[in-house]
Design a protein around this ligand. Structure first.
Ligand code: DGL
Length: 285
């Protein structure tokens, strides 16, 4: 791995089951341009959404340990499903590491809706988690929530299929029943979904607000970083390293599609031991 020596100093660690967290990564990059970031896409195990919360928790824990080992000072769980399964226990297990997690943006939606009807799109695991239920309990008392999963959507987005027929059909199936119930606000409760906002807008029309929480997560990351001691903020490396546990070429194709190609992209191997991730040198490096 040319010119990179792990562990990095004081990096921001970000992870997701795959490319979804890149919607959060790019917002963090905009707000914090001069800081090392290690992004981990677990494309070997994507999707997380249909898995048991316990399994997603185990995967999230191994990734967190790995990122801390590579120099992450703060961890952004850029995945609603992993946040649902693991955010609370990870905070307990790594008390010296600040965590930023995702929760479906029900609060801003409840504040914004005029009809009192809000739609939430997320994965099955996210809807099962305590985090989602506590958000609904706390913030959605005065509104009606219509929730739906989008089976297969994460896989289509992983393939870079933002506009195709299958993607449209999945979204129509999820959104039409909500529209019939008079929603005026849709919450994107999965970090993969911001990549299909243009298609979602085509389906719901101009009068419906679509809430993507990633800018707010970037602001929260900046806030958490400002709480760190000064010596935790300096670093001599300010690039981003994007890691995937899946095929590097496919990941590169996606990165190219969303125009993030100025970053270093490496592959890790997670195929042998569920408890251990290994950095591998890519043949192209
Ligand atoms: N991007 C993820 C989320 O925010 C995970 C989707 C999946 O892997 O099913 O929920």
């Amino acid at each position: 791995m040319k010119n990179i020596s792990f562990p990095l100093r004081n990096a921001i660690g970000i992870f997701d089951s795959g490319v979804g967290g890149l919607s959060v990564f790019r917002e963090i990059r905009k707000l914090i341009p001069d800081h090392p970031i290690i992004y981990f896409a677990d494309q070997y195990h994507v999707p997380y959404g249909p898995r048991q919360l316990e399994e997603v928790y185990s995967l999230s824990k191994v990734i967190t340990e790995f990122l801390i080992g590579q120099g992450a000072k703060i961890i952004v769980v850029a995945c609603n499903t992993a946040s649902a399964a693991a955010l609370y226990p990870l905070r307990d297990e790594f008390p010296n590491t600040p965590f930023v997690g995702m929760e479906p943006a029900v609060k801003p939606a409840a504040e914004r809706t005029h009809t009192g009807n809000v739609g939430v799109l997320a994965t099955p695991a996210t809807f099962q988690g305590k985090l989602y239920n506590s958000v609904v309990e706390r913030f959605a008392k005065s509104v009606k929530i219509y929730q739906n999963t989008c089976p297969g959507l994460v896989q289509e987005i992983e393939k870079g299929n933002f506009q195709g027929k299958t993607t449209r059909l999945i979204l129509e199936n999820a959104l039409h029943p909500m529209l019939e119930n008079g929603i005026d606000t849709v919450v994107l409760g999965c970090t993969h979904y911001p990549f299909v906002i243009p298609l979602i807008k085509k389906i719901v029309g101009p009068d419906i607000s679509v809430i993507d929480p990633s800018p707010a997560i970037a602001t929260q990351t900046l806030r958490k970083m400002s709480e760190l001691k000064n010596d935790s903020l300096s670093s001599d490396f300010n690039n981003s390293i994007l890691l995937t546990s899946g095929p590097r070429n496919e990941f590169l194709r996606f990165i190219d599609k969303i125009k993030l190609n100025k970053n270093i992209v490496l592959e890790v191997d997670w195929s042998n031991d569920r408890k251990k991730i290994n950095l591998v040198q890519s043949e192209n490096d």
